[in-house]
Design a protein around this ligand. Structure first.
Ligand code: TZP
Ligand code: MG
Length: 220
């Protein structure tokens, strides 16, 4: 059975993304702390300079998946459909440069499918092709993604909500405990972050703060 929209919205609340090159210490330690702090979903995104490949990538993926399973945090793989299938991951996340969402949906069956979109057209197309949630960003400036587009703010999230679209949406890019509320107020169901947790002095504390920001009442 496909994930329900209601469950997907809950999973997106504090969505932590990480690859080995996003942290200064052992990724497993960082993820353990993030889990302790309250992340709701995890994505393994092993890419960019210094990223692991081949057996090393698979080995780390397996270790992270095991940790996530112990704590019942769904484990999503970025881009690498074959790895997701080989590990029986809970889902995959793809961008516009990857295979079309419909092709990926066909391959992964009922696993969770997330798609990054940058325009209204891309958003509707991703939904039509079977996305369970949309990733929208970069909302704020980020240096984490080497080929990231310019910060686009919350315009697209707001536009889709004004259209009446209820599909689960997560914001990404430069999100921190201090600006997470802005993303939620625009209509996102949650926030996805890399460095706000992976490079925090205390990943536990930073995750707790993100969790609080996402669950706090909108200002006004
Ligand atoms: N896609 C858009 S921005 C981004 C990705 C993967 C990087 C987000 O990283 P950070 O450190 O949370 O800004
Ligand atoms: Mg991709």
């Amino acid at each position: 059975m496909r994930v329900t929209a209601a469950r997907m919205r809950e999973l997106l609340k504090v969505y932590f993304i990480l690859g080995s090159n996003n942290c200064r210490k052992n990724p497993l330690e960082v993820i353990a702390e993030a889990i302790e702090g309250g992340i709701t979903l995890f994505q393994y995104r092993e890419k960019g300079s210094g990223a692991l490949v081949g057996e090393e990538k698979v080995k780390l993926a397996r270790a992270i998946q095991e940790l996530c399973q112990q704590h019942r945090i769904p484990f999503i793989v970025n881009d690498d459909i074959e790895l997701a299938l080989a590990l029986n991951a809970d889902g995959v996340h793809i961008g516009q440069e990857d295979a079309p969402a419909a092709v990926v949906r066909e391959k992964i069956g009922d696993k969770i499918l997330g798609v990054s979109v940058h325009t209204r057209e891309q958003a509707y197309e991703a939904i039509r092709q079977g996305a369970d949630y949309l990733g929208i960003g970069p909302i704020f400036a980020t240096t984490t993604k080497e080929d990231a587009k310019e910060a686009a703010g919350t315009t697209l999230i707001k536009a889709l909500r004004e259209d009446g679209l209820t599909v689960p949406i997560v914001g990404i890019g430069g999100i921190t405990p201090d600006n997470a509320r802005v993303v939620m107020a625009a209509g996102a169901d949650g926030v996805s972050v890399i460095t706000a947790i992976s490079l925090a002095d205390s990943p536990v504390q930073s995750t707790r703060k993100l969790y609080q920001a996402v669950h706090s009442q909108p200002e006004g």
